[in-house]
Write a protein that binds this ligand. Structure first.
Ligand code: HEM
Length: 125
């Protein structure tokens, strides 16, 4: 399966279920909750969803509204330690389980999130 086929397989609905399941856990998370500005969680949810749609073969709304992703630069102001990365991955893996996506899509997204989150670590412990 090509990464670009994922949107055709799970559609907007698949991404919406995944990202909603992820963000539902954020406000009460002791590690990540404080990093996200709680007043705009629905905006954050929309930005991550749009980014993933664009990255995996769906509409390019993210590029039109936010421009080139440059994720490391956009995360520079958040203290991402390896502990924060591990927690982000833990919540996302739980969201992946909850979203019940086809197994090949599940595995492809899981490995994409793991490597991207590692790449975003920007603070020593
Ligand atoms: C490693 C742990 C991570 C932490 C602690 C973290 C934290 C954050 C925070 C606090 C924001 C600001 C929320 C907002 O947009 O209002 C954000 C934005 C964002 N994050 Fe992360 N993030 C992490 C990993 C990731 C990963 C793995 C991805 C992609 C797979 C990602 C993609 C994004 C995107 C697309 C935005 C919105 C950027 C924009 O358009 O402004 N993040 N992140």
């Amino acid at each position: 399966m090509e990464e670009q086929e994922i949107f055709a397989i799970i559609g907007l609905d698949g991404f919406e279920r995944l990202i909603a399941a992820f963000y539902r856990q954020i406000p009460t998370d002791d590690v990540l909750g404080p990093l996200y500005t709680s007043h705009d969680l629905s905006g954050a949810e929309q930005r991550l969803r749009d980014f993933l749609l664009f990255r995996f073969g769906g509409p390019s709304t993210y590029l039109e509204t936010r421009g080139h992703p440059r994720l490391r630069m956009r995360h520079a102001s958040f203290a991402i330690t390896s502990a924060a990365r591990d927690r982000w991955i833990q919540l996302m893996n739980r969201a992946l389980d909850e979203a019940m996506l086809p197994v090949d899509v599940h595995l492809a997204l899981k490995s994409f999130f793991a490597s991207t989150a590692t790449f975003l670590i920007n603070r020593p412990e």
